[in-house]
Design a protein around this ligand. Structure first.
Ligand SMILES: Cc1cc2nc3c(=O)[nH]c(=O)nc-3n(C[C@H](O)[C@H](O)[C@H](O)COP(=O)(O)OP(=O)(O)OC[C@H]3O[C@@H](n4cnc5c(N)ncnc54)[C@H](O)[C@@H]3O)c2cc1C
Length: 451
């Protein structure tokens, strides 16, 4: 086993950060002027702005609009080194991060640290049905969002080729699973695509007849919003051709259909070849790895409980944050914070500040989350915003949603391009990124039959 030597250019204290997402990125940004040497490890070479990945999945934005190269972000920060690698484990006694084997013995497989920040995020869970993953892609990763975009567009293409009415109807049925913000936004975008963007593009089919079903197990959409905004979201979706199916659970998914069960236990098989998964989140497996090594508490979603300063119990030098954790507050109560970007951002800033404070021998108050509210878009010109003291819906909410997302996007170019693209699609209903780019996996020529 060989460990990477650090190339500290400023300070001997070595901080290793796993994950260049919302939390990790903020921590590194806070440390770039500090007297420490930072190593940022990510398995991707870019930061992904996940709240807009569903727009890549529906052709509204290009992949490069919502991602930014990590190396470019820290090119001007001498004390920050970026490594493209997969963290696979830890040696807490030796204070080393283990890297997944690169298949080349000359590449070190461990990175030493004095302080470690783990911010590896989460992935979608399929509630114990991993076999569904093959037929129901999610939009959390860039790779998957690109596949979903191709699948949706390929379904319209196959419908245009199909002569059998049943097969054509199946191709024009889209099922989105999960009525949280991602599911609502995704369903709304497919509705807009079918009713507006593609309206005049086909000759054999009428894209506006496409069915978009949004499946939610509970009795309302957007469960984290006030009931009045959930109701507005439901009505807004119906206006753009989406059918929200509440009190409904997915019980099976295969290549050609989805089986649904309503609150009374009645089952219905819906023929479809396009299912998008937006339900159930599972923390990165690194949370469980750390929990097992340090005897930490892990909940059903795989989140590790950390102390009120985000440290791993018994290991003040290991800070864990973002989607991976629940936090013990100053009174010892375990808080489950929402799995949203502001939580990860605030925790990333906190971790950076804590490290600087410790170097200066200063105390840091326990982490406290400032909830600034919730936003979700429903479609072109429609959104819901809940700031606690102010609730908005319709166009004002959509403008607020737009400003917030552009503000938090990384990189001036991305902000400018996204703003311009949204402006053009608002006035023209256009979508610039309608490309089918997975021809090997997605067979547009496989004209289906109804059986
Ligand atoms: C489709 C979608 C829409 C969303 N919409 C919203 C929204 O509108 N508003 C909102 O506030 N939140 C939204 N969220 C949630 C938000 O994106 C997350 O809460 C946030 O990204 C969590 O930040 P994080 O730093 O914990 O993890 P992430 O941002 O997920 O970052 C984790 C990073 O770790 C890297 N990584 C993972 N494992 C390893 C490993 N083993 N080795 C090396 N690197 C690794 C990943 O490549 C990634 O870069 C959305 C999420 C999704 C999926």
């Amino acid at each position: 086993m060989s460990a990477l030597s650090t190339n500290a250019t400023r300070g001997d204290h070595r901080v290793v950060v796993i994950g260049g997402g919302f939390g990790g990125l903020r921590a590194v940004r806070h440390l770039r002027d500090a007297p420490v040497s930072v190593t940022l490890i990510d398995r991707r070479n870019f930061h992904l702005f996940q709240p807009l990945s569903y727009q890549v999945a529906t052709g509204a934005l290009s992949p490069s609009d919502v991602a930014y190269p990590l190396r470019a972000l820290f090119a001007g920060s001498d004390n920050v080194r970026v490594l493209l690698a997969d963290a696979s484990g830890f040696d807490l006694d030796a204070r080393e991060v283990r890297l997944a084997p690169a298949g080349d013995e000359s590449i070190p497989d461990a990175v030493p640290y004095d302080t470690l920040i783990v911010a590896a995020g989460s992935s979608y869970s399929y509630f114990g049905h991993e076999e569904w993953r093959e037929h129901a892609a999610e939009v959390k990763s860039m790779e998957s969002a690109i596949v979903v975009c191709s699948e949706i567009l390929a379904a319209f293409e196959r419908a245009e080729l199909a002569t059998d009415p049943g097969a054509r109807a199946a191709e024009l049925t889209f099922v989105v699973v999960g009525g949280g913000p991602t599911g609502v936004e995704m369903a709304g975008q497919i509705g807009e695509l079918a009713r507006h963007t593609l309206r005049h593009d086909f000759r054999s089919i009428d894209p506006t007849t496409a069915r978009v079903l949004l499946i939610e197990t509970t009795d309302r959409l957007l469960g984290s919003f006030p009931a009045s905004l959930s109701e507005k979201a439901r009505r807004g979706l119906e206006r753009i051709g989406v059918t929200p199916m509440l009190d409904t659970t997915v019980v099976d998914i295969d290549e050609k259909s989805v089986v649904l069960e309503d609150g009374q236990g009645a089952r219905e098989t819906v023929p479809t070849r396009t299912v998008v998964w937006a339900a159930g989140v599972q923390a990165s497996s690194l949370a469980t790895t750390l929990g097992e090594l340090a005897g930490g508490e892990i909940d059903r979603s795989g989140r590790l409980t950390v102390e009120s300063d985000l440290s791993l119990a018994g290991h003040p030098e290991v800070l864990v944050l973002g989607d991976m954790v629940r936090v013990r507050d100053a009174d010892g109560q375990v808080q489950t914070l929402p799995g949203v970007a502001p939580v990860a951002i605030q925790q990333g800033v906190y971790a950076g500040r804590l490290i600087v404070d410790r170097l200066h021998g200063a105390a840091t108050a326990p982490f406290h989350y400032h909830d600034k509210g919730n936003v979700a878009t429903i479609g072109r010109g429609r959104a819901v915003v809940d700031l606690g003291w102010l609730r908005l819906s319709g166009l004002p909410a959509w403008v607020a949603w737009l400003v917030i997302h552009i503000w938090y996007l990384i990189g001036f170019r991305n902000r400018l391009f996204v703003a311009l693209q949204w402006f053009f699609s608002f006035v023209s209903h256009g979508r610039s990124s309608r490309l089918i780019v997975e021809p090997d996996d997605i067979d547009v020529h496989e004209v289906p039959t109804s059986d």
